[in-house]
Each structure stands twice: as structure tokens, then as C-alpha cells.
Write a protein that binds this ligand. Structure first.
Ligand code: UGY
Ligand code: MN
Length: 266
């Protein structure tokens, strides 16, 4: 019996799971994921991982696309961020007056789409993506920025708070028109976050590789690639990479908005 089969047997025969749901945070381990049908997404298996139903101010999905799959649109006024976990997707955007663009996104490729951008995501092989959606919070007098498309592997990154062992890659421009940040954080083995952070901004996190220990509020969790975490406002948070491999995660964070904006919009 392989190690994976053995772990699966333990989970199914003991009713055990690493998943935890608390008022300030959630750890969503893949073993408990249950797919659902999302409007308009065809040929896809979709799992809603983070949602307002658990207390979050945003949604995060994992979507597996089969050959010929196609996306559905976000709701009006909702911005969408897409990150390719595996495989390749085709993104077509359609602008005003018939203008449009086609992009092929491979693993670690990403796109941010402003609200009400007509687009489709298709797939000619198989792919898995994570999608973050939130009602865009406009700044009076500032138009939403145009779409952003890139690949995290093309970004050099910078040391996080001066730590050369911890690299942050900012996938979106750090400008007031953007109400969210999407970053990857890559930890050399043994590297911790420099302090226990506590902040107003929420996070949605996908472990991309490696693993370690995540402190969330008063609890410490072992985490590994494939896990998803929601950190609510002010949830004390800290991570250290454990093992001989580097650890990396993709991180959603609110940005550039006054807390009152969230009150009014919710
Ligand atoms: O920038 C951040 O908020 C980030 N360092 N938080 C985290 O990794 N949990
Ligand atoms: Mn943080």
C-alpha cells in the first residue's frame, strides 16, 4: 500500500480531517472538498473554498477544467483574479467596440479582470485554476484599471521586509485603483515570517508547494501543498517552512481601501 493510500484509509476509517472552521479563520484541506455547479461554467469541476458564508468578504474557488471547458461570467460589479495551478488555459477578453485580446496562460500564469469585463476561459487539455472574486470597490473619480496578465515565474521578486530567505512577488501593480493585492511568498526551508502579523486586511491563501506550520489565532496547524486558508480581519498569523524543500503560497489581500468602504458595500 502506498503512503497516499494509507493516509486515505486513515482518513476514511477514522473520520479524521485537518479541516478546521473557526470564526477568525479556516483551514480547508483537500480531503473534504465537495464540488458544486457554478452558473455558466461547463465541463468544469468547481469547489467553493472561501465564501461570505464562512464570514469572508470575498470568494475563492478551485476549478478543474476538462478538454473543451468554458467559464461563466462573474456577477455584475465583481472583479476576478485567475491563477493557473496546473495545465494551460486560453483567456479571451472582449473590450468595448469589438476590441479584444487572447492569452495563453500556463502554470503560474495569472490574469486580473476588472468588473464587467466580457471574457471567456477555455481549455484544450486539462487545467486547474484558482479564482478569487470580490465586489470591486471603486475610488470616486478613479476608473477601474485595465486587465493585468502575467506569469509569476517572470517576476524577480524582492526580499520580504529585507529577509533574503523570503521572497515576495507582487502580481498586481501597487496602485490606488487596485483594491486587492495578489502576491506569492516563497520561503527557503526553515524560514519563518518575521513576526506574528495582525491586520485589518483579510487573506485567502493557497499552498503552492512545500509545507510548514501555520499559526492562525490561537492554533498551530501543519499545512502542505493543496491546502487553502482563510484569514479573517485581525486574525493573528505566522508561518514557518518546515522540511528540506522551499515552501510557497499564493496570497490574496485587501488593499488601498478605507475600512468604511467595506461597511457600506456589505
Ligand atoms: O503581507 C502579508 O500580509 C503577508 N506577509 N501575510 C502572510 O503571509 N500571512
Ligand atoms: Mn498577512
Amino acid at each position: 500500500m502506498s503512503k497516499a493510500q494509507f493516509s486515505h484509509q486513515i482518513l476514511t476509517r477514522t473520520g479524521e480531517t485537518r479541516t478546521r472552521l473557526r470564526s477568525t479563520h479556516a483551514l480547508i484541506a483537500p480531503d473534504g472538498n465537495v464540488p458544486t455547479q457554478l452558473p455558466g461554467w461547463s465541463g468544469c469541476t468547481s469547489v467553493i473554498l472561501i465564501s461570505p458564508q464562512m464570514g469572508a468578504r470575498f470568494c475563492q474557488y478551485r476549478i478543474s477544467l476538462a478538454e473543451g471547458a468554458a467559464s461563466g461570467p462573474p456577477l455584475p460589479g465583481v472583479e476576478r483574479f485567475v491563477y493557473v495551478l496546473t495545465g494551460t488555459i486560453a483567456l479571451e477578453t472582449r473590450g468595448a467596440a469589438g476590441s479584444g485580446a487572447s492569452h495563453t496562460l500556463t502554470a503560474n500564469g495569472y490574469a486580473w479582470l476588472p468588473p464587467d469585463t466580457a471574457h471567456t476561459i477555455g481549455c484544450t487539455g486539462e487545467a486547474t485554476i484558482t479564482v478569487v472574486e470580490r465586489r470591486y470597490l471603486p475610488v470616486p473619480g478613479v476608473a477601474p484599471p485595465p486587465a493585468v496578465v502575467g506569469n509569476a515565474l517572470d517576476l524577480a521578486g524582492e526580499p520580504f521586509l529585507g529577509d533574503e530567505n523570503l521572497t515576495v512577488r507582487k502580481l498586481l501593480p501597487d496602485e490606488p485603483a487596485f483594491d486587492m493585492a495578489m502576491n506569492t511568498m516563497t520561503f527557503r526551508p526553515g524560514t519563518p515570517l518575521p513576526f506574528v502579523e495582525t491586520h485589518f486586511m483579510e487573506h485567502g491563501l493557497v499552498m503552492l508547494e512545500g509545507g510548514g506550520i501555520y499559526r492562525l489565532d490561537e492554533e498551530w496547524y501543519p499545512v502542505t501543498a493543496g491546502d487553502v486558508i482563510w484569514m479573517g480581519p485581525y486574525c493573528p498569523q505566522w508561518f514557518a517552512a518546515v522540511g528540506r524543500e522551499q515552501a510557497a503560497y499564493l496570497l490574496y489581500k485587501e488593499a488601498n481601501r478605507d475600512p468604511f468602504r467595506f461597511e457600506r458595500e456589505s
